[in-house]
Design a protein around this ligand. Structure first.
Ligand code: SF4
Length: 320
């Protein structure tokens, strides 16, 4: 067993030892480790699979491992439990939530449903299980336009992200959108001014932007897409320099996939005084180790919520 002082910074040697021990434990316990692209590099490196929300929920639904260790924020762990409820899903840091997911409650959705009875509720996967349970269909940033365009309703209630909602609305002008005014603090805080400044410094660079960014930032982009779509674009486009407007954790994968390019991320301070999503980074290697070793922090959801929340997720997977 590795001895730990959880909060101190680990040396390179300790990181390696811990990574080996986590992978050994995972094998012994038949556990699969899933990690989001925004996780710390040393956490991404122990994962059996690194992906965005859609890819990770697909992996979680297909795995035959007994335990899923989910290195992501709370709504992602809940989604894993919903799509594969017989598995033990462990969340290495239960404090790691998504501020945007917490900007809407199930009661808010029910009120909107009452006000617009003919509308379908489209929930970004960045929502709690309770909110999914009162929604009609889920979407991710990778499939939102495709899924919403296939819906029959002319009126759409889009929750909770205003930026993604407006991005989808722009592509589907024949539908009416009622958009909840939630936002992702790290993405929404990038400013157009900052991106234009980077373009001035690097005039040959292409600009790739996540749709959770402010519409004024999206306007400047050469490419708009989900994290996996940005990876694909940035690593294969014809420019050797790409300005990437999303969470800086993506840099680890970009460098691995194509080390010959230069990836430029904005340096602005955001809501937690850093350049990254601090809740994503609240999952550390020692926390993953302890969680897997002791099998603690299990994600538990009421059975009826699992049943009801599964329907909009399954509908999304069918439509996408
Ligand atoms: S990056 Fe934004 S949407 Fe993703 S977990 Fe952080 S706050 Fe939530």
């Amino acid at each position: 067993m590795v001895k730990l002082e959880v909060e101190r910074e680990l040396s390179h040697k300790e990181i390696k030892e811990l990574q080996e021990e986590i992978r050994r434990l995972a094998e012994e316990k038949n556990a699969v480790i899933l990690a989001h692209y925004y996780q710390r590099p040393e956490v991404q490196d122990i994962a059996h699979f690194v992906g965005d929300s859609l890819e990770l929920s697909r992996k979680a639904s297909q795995t035959d491992a007994d335990i899923i260790v989910f290195c992501g924020v709370r709504f992602m762990c809940e989604t894993a439990k919903i799509v594969n409820p017989t598995k033990k899903v462990l969340h290495p840091n239960p404090e790691s939530g998504c501020p945007m997911a917490d900007m809407i409650k199930a009661e808010d959705v029910l009120r909107l449903r009452e006000k617009y009875p003919d509308a379908e509720v489209v929930a970004y996967v960045n929502t709690t299980a309770e909110v999914k349970a009162v929604s009609d269909v889920c979407v991710t940033s990778a499939n939102a336009i495709k899924v919403v365009s296939k819906l029959e309703s002319k009126r759409i209630i889009f929750i909770p992200d205003q930026a993604l909602g407006n991005w989808v609305k722009k592509h589907i002008p024949d539908k009416e959108f009622i958009i909840w005014q939630g936002f992702c603090p790290p993405h929404f805080e990038f400013t157009a001014r900052e991106v234009l400044k980077l373009k001035e410094i690097y005039p040959d660079a292409k600009v790739a932007v996540h749709p959770e960014c402010h519409p004024k930032v999206i306007e400047i982009a050469d490419f708009v897409g989900s994290t996996s779509q940005i990876i694909n674009y940035a690593t294969t486009c014809d420019s050797n320099r790409v300005i990437v407007i999303t969470e800086v954790g993506l840099l680890h994968t970009l460098k691995k996939k194509n080390p010959n390019k230069e990836y430029i991320f904005p340096q602005s301070m955001n809501y937690c005084g850093t350049v990254y999503c601090c809740t994503m980074k609240a999952i550390t290697l020692p926390k993953v180790y302890e969680t897997l070793l002791k099998e603690t922090n299990e994600v538990v959801l009421p059975e009826d919520i699992i049943q009801r929340a599964r329907k909009p997720i399954e509908r999304m997977l069918e439509l996408s």
